[in-house]
Design a binder for this molecule. Structure first.
Ligand SMILES: Nc1ncnc2c1ncn2[C@@H]1O[C@H](COP(=O)(O)OP(=O)(O)OP(=O)(O)O)[C@@H](O)[C@H]1O
Ligand SMILES: [Mg+2]
Length: 358
């Protein structure tokens, strides 16, 4: 077959379909009836707080943990009863360790070298593929080092090369950059995005870091206490959060009690420029980001409070406004603001996301 006629990795990429997956540990539910599709060639981030079930779901997809109920499909084929060796997945674990006694090149080639003879590529082919992967993860020249002679970020890059060496159908990454400092994590994010574009593998990436998920992923799946709250593009989940949990988990948000009457949203009896369905009537919660609020004269806005903090965040300032009852909220203001600590101000709500209280 000529190179031009060979299917590209993108064309060969498979989808992952999780259907009705439920898992309990000792009577406590870790995953409740999860339905999730990862599209072929997609980079999907599994995002949620600690203990929300991210690792458990990833391990069920990998075949390392058995679900109590439900199925996992790869490319339309039921993989639920396939053992991990047959699933053709590459993974990088949350607390991953390379083989310390093996040099970088041997770590990468390991998955190929341990194959039974019939499936093992010839030595020269293993060497060629290892060199190609070293180049891909930008570690050419490091092949003879031991893991102890690498930085944390370099080790994780070796771990990823090792996962890719066996030409997996899907790539499963559990907080691969979890232990690294913020600067290195940011560099590795861009690097992983680039690798993903070049290899085109269907990838599930676990993180509890919102920024990492939103920056890196094609789509984000948000887990909370074993429930899948929302799946959508980074824009979808930020602009149209499906639940109050998603709204508050993705960033600072202040909650206001609101009333909906004739399709109008009222806070403290004053209308707010946020649309509600005309037919809806009743109590609701309005969630506002710091840029949904703006200072105004006392008595003019929807809320009155005292400035209890002023911080600079790059090119803007965040002020903290406290009410007598102890509740505080954050408001974004221009850098050149004349507001002072201890000053009493009014706040006007410019925008927000409304959820019915049921
Ligand atoms: N082998 C196990 N035995 C018993 N309980 C478990 C086991 N594995 C996970 N759990 C429980 O299942 C829940 C989900 O755990 P999981 O490791 O999937 O969370 P996570 O989202 O990956 O968290 P983190 O961000 O801290 O890694 C937790 O309450 C955890 O204590
Ligand atoms: Mg985990």
């Amino acid at each position: 077959m000529s190179p031009a006629a060979r299917p590209t990795e993108q064309e060969r990429a498979v989808d992952i379909h999780v259907a009705g997956v439920t898992k309990e540990f000792g009577g406590a539910a870790a995953l409740h009836d999860i339905d999730l599709t990862v599209r072929p060639g997609e980079l999907l981030a599994l995002l949620g707080p600690s203990g929300s079930g991210k690792t458990t779901l990833l391990r069920i997809i990998a075949g390392l943990v058995e679900a109590d109920r439900g199925h996992v499909f790869f490319g339309g084929l039921d993989a639920t009863s396939l053992p991990v060796q047959k699933r053709q997945v590459g993974f990088v674990f949350q607390h991953y360790a390379l083989f310390r006694h093996m040099r970088v090149a041997d770590n990468i080639a390991y998955g190929l070298q341990v194959r039974e003879r019939a499936n093992r590529p010839p030595k020269a082919e293993i060497r060629r593929r290892t060199a190609e992967l070293l180049d891909l993860v930008q570690l050419s020249g490091y092949e003879s080092r031991f893991p102890a002679q690498l930085s944390g970020g370099q080790r994780q890059r070796v771990a990823l090369a090792r996962a890719l060496a066996v030409e997996p159908r899907v790539l499963l990454l559990d907080e691969p950059f979890g232990a690294l400092d913020a600067k290195v994590r940011k560099d590795l994010r861009a690097w992983l995005r680039d690798i993903h574009e070049r290899t085109g593998k269907t990838t599930v990436f676990v993180t509890h870091d919102q920024d990492e998920a939103l920056e890196l992923a094609d789509r984000v799946a948000i887990l909370n206490q074993g429930h899948l709250e929302q799946v959508g593009s980074p824009d979808d989940v930020q602009d149209h959060p499906a639940t109050p949990f998603v709204m508050t988990f993705l960033g600072q948000a202040a909650r206001f009690s609101a009333d909906i009457r004739d399709g109008r949203v009222l806070v403290n009896g004053k209308p707010v420029p946020v649309a509600a369905q005309r037919s809806t009537i009743g109590r609701a919660s309005l969630y506002c980001r710091p840029w949904h609020l703006t200072p105004t004269a006392i008595g003019q806005g929807h809320y009155t409070g005292t400035i209890s903090g002023i911080r600079r965040l790059g090119s803007i300032r965040r002020i903290e406004v406290s009410q007598a009852n102890g509740t505080t909220l954050e408001v974004e203001v221009p850098l050149r603001t004349s507001l002072r600590l201890g000053e009493e101000i009014g706040l006007e709500i410019l925008d927000g996301v409304i959820f019915r209280d049921d």
